[in-house]
Design a protein around this ligand. Structure first.
Ligand SMILES: Cc1ncc(COP(=O)(O)O)c(C=O)c1O
Length: 386
């Protein structure tokens, strides 16, 4: 029979404790999630700033729908690009101090688009080993040469850059792009952004940062990695701390012009909902002024580190994401189930999302959590992980 692989591959996932299934969420906010009629403390949410359900953002969504419609009714190059999109792009440019900004349907699509656009046949892309799947797939399907450096290993990156400089013929155009994430999605640690920017400049390379997990959380106004250095190209999704949906790329004028003219992801896709663009604009306005949300994440993260038993290995960082690496898939699933029995929702992150034998609990702390939630979480983890 044809397509046997469909069932065989899923069966194989089950055999090695990597089977994935969806859970239908009845309700959720940054603090609680309700699944199968049961409410859990939610430590798996990417709503880092607790802005989902924010009254003013919901109002902006409704005003946006009235003024511009729920649907863009076309791609950006036909009639889909509205005042709501333009105003949002403008605000993002001001926020991150960049000349241009383009909106995409998702972060996945923006990363794919940018890797393909910058991945010209004359280009060399250098990706951090822990880069998001969309960056890896985008880079691999581009015409560029691709090299991956060990996670946050700047020395190895420098060796690659120096070697490439020597081997390239002087007459050849040398288009190099360093690709990293501001905060890494599965470990929560940060790239050394200032150093990456310096190295990029020394080698006349472009620095491309995926700021999906930094935007809103890092920087005095939540500007993410742009608060740490001048980044050539920044991508961030709206679907995490900004609490809407879609993504942006902030860059210079030349790259924006190139994308508008050549990026298939941009040209052949319906522009994001203008109502949502209007809501996103409001969310970014709130993010810049409500500093307490970032302060609370830092405070609660510190508390978690203090309360966990010293034998529990936590990857320390100043983001919302706190990874507790357990090892094999079966033990990790078992720990998650025990926590679930105690009313805590934490997803097990397993290969291929993370490397072999590094299955983990990925704890996300949001501005909606309370001190008592963190104390309870730490007590439960201490009890369950012996
Ligand atoms: C680092 C990173 N980049 C990109 C994406 C994709 O963004 P989106 O969800 O908007 O497609 C994600 C996750 O969703 C992510 O974690």
């Amino acid at each position: 029979m044809a397509f046997n692989f469909l069932t065989a591959d899923v069966e194989q996932q089950k055999q090695c404790a990597r089977y994935r299934a969806r859970q239908c969420v009845a309700e959720q906010n940054g603090r609680y999630v309700k699944i199968n009629d049961k409410s859990y403390l939610n430590f798996s949410s990417n709503d880092y700033l607790g802005l989902n359900h924010h009254r003013e953002i919901n109002q902006a969504l409704s005003v946006g729908a009235e003024r511009f419609g729920t649907c863009a009714s076309g791609s950006s190059l036909i009639t889909g690009y509205s005042y709501a999109h333009q105003a949002l792009e403008h605000d993002i440019c001001d926020w991150l101090n960049k000349p241009k900004c383009l909106l995409f349907a998702s972060g996945f699509s923006a990363n794919s688009a940018l890797m393909q656009a910058l991945g010209h046949e004359s280009s060399q892309l250098y990706l951090d080993k822990l880069s998001h799947a969309s960056l890896i797939d985008g880079a691999r399907s581009s015409a560029a040469k691709v090299k991956r450096f060990l996670h946050n290993d700047i020395e190895q990156l420098q060796r690659f850059l120096a070697k490439n400089q020597q081997t390239e013929n002087q007459d050849n155009e040398l288009n190099q792009v360093i690709v990293s994430e501001g905060v890494f999605s599965m470990d929560g640690d940060q790239a050394d952004v200032a150093n990456l920017a310096k190295i990029a400049q020394q080698h006349q390379a472009l620095l491309y940062l995926d700021d999906a997990h930094s935007i809103g959380v890092i920087g005095n106004k939540g500007q993410g990695s742009s608060s740490l250095a001048d980044i050539d190209v920044v991508m961030a999704t709206f679907g995490k701390s900004i609490a809407t949906s879609g993504a942006f790329v902030a860059c210079d004028n030349n790259l924006a012009e190139y994308l508008i003219n050549f990026s298939r992801h941009y040209i052949y896709s319906t522009a994001i909902s203008p109502a949502l663009a209007w809501a996103t604009k409001k969310s970014i306005e709130i993010i810049q002024t409500e500093h307490w949300r970032r302060e609370k994440i830092i405070e609660l993260s510190k508390l978690l580190t203090e309360k966990l038993d010293k034998k529990i290995k936590l990857i320390e960082n100043s983001s919302s994401i706190h990874a507790i690496v357990i090892g094999d898939e079966i033990t990790t699933l078992d720990v998650c189930q025990q926590l679930r029995n105690k009313g805590i929702w934490l997803s097990a992150i397993r290969p291929p999302t993370v490397p072999q034998n590094s299955s983990r609990l990925r704890v996300t702390i949001t501005a909606s959590h309370e001190v008592k939630d963190i104390n309870y979480l730490a007590n439960c983890i201490n009890e369950v992980i012996q």
